[in-house]
Design a protein around this ligand. Sequence first.
Ligand SMILES: C[S@@+](CC[C@H](N)C(=O)[O-])C[C@H]1O[C@@H](n2cnc3c(N)ncnc32)[C@H](O)[C@@H]1O
Length: 206
Amino acid sequence: MNWFSSKLYDPIMRHCEEACLRDWRRELLAQAEGTVVEVGAGTGANLEFYPDDVDEVILTEPAPHMRDQLLERVAQQPNPDRFTVDERLVEQLEPADGGFDTVVMTLVLCSVDEPREALQAVCSALKPEGKLIFLEHVASRRGGRHTAQRIVEPVWKVCAGNCHLTRRSGEAIEEVGFELKSMKREEMKTLIPFIRPSVRGIAVKK
Ligand SMILES: C[S@@+](CC[C@H](N)C(=O)[O-])C[C@H]1O[C@@H](n2cnc3c(N)ncnc32)[C@H](O)[C@@H]1O
C-alpha cells in the first residue's frame, strides 16, 4: 500500500465499519486467546476488540504508512504495552516457542501475492489445535457479479494495494490443512458491490 491508499483506507472503510465490520470484528476477536499474532494489522481496526485477558499481541504490518497509523492507534489504547508491532510479511511468520495459540487475519488474503503460501506460513506458526480467526472479502457466488469482479480485478489490483476480488479464501483455508469450526458468508454493507461478498469465522489447525 502506498502513501495515498494508506491514508484513504480508514475514510473509505468508515461507513462499512459502522454498518457491519465493527460488530463482526468484536464477535470474532472475542475468541482470541493465549499468545496472539495479527498479520497485516493495517491501521489497527481490531485493536480495541482484543479481550482483556489477552496480554500479548504481536501486530505485523509491512506497509510503512499503514504501520505509522497502527503505531498511533496502539498508543491510544488503554493498555498499549500488550501490543508489539513489527514489519514482517505473513510469509515470514515463524512459530513462537511451541507455536502461537491464535493468528488473526482480517482483509489480508486478498492482498498477498500467494494466498496458499501465506496460509501455510500461518498454519506452521500455530500450535496444534491453534486457532485462525479470519475475515476476508471473496469471489462472488453470483455469476453476473463474479464476471464483473473478473473484469474489474486487473485495474483494481493496481489501484488498491494488490487487492484481488476473486479469491476463494474460505476454500483455501480448508485446503492447506485447517478444519473450519465456523464460517459465515455475508455481504459487507455499504461497499461497492464487487467487494461485498465476504467470509468470516474460526479455523483450527488439524
Ligand atoms: C485491506 S488492508 C486490511 C488491514 C486490516 N487487517 C483490517 O482488517 O482493516 C490489507 C493489509 O494487509 C497488508 N499486507 C499485504 N500483503 C501482506 C503480506 N504479504 N503480509 C502481511 N501483510 C500484508 C497490507 O499492508 C495492508 O495493511
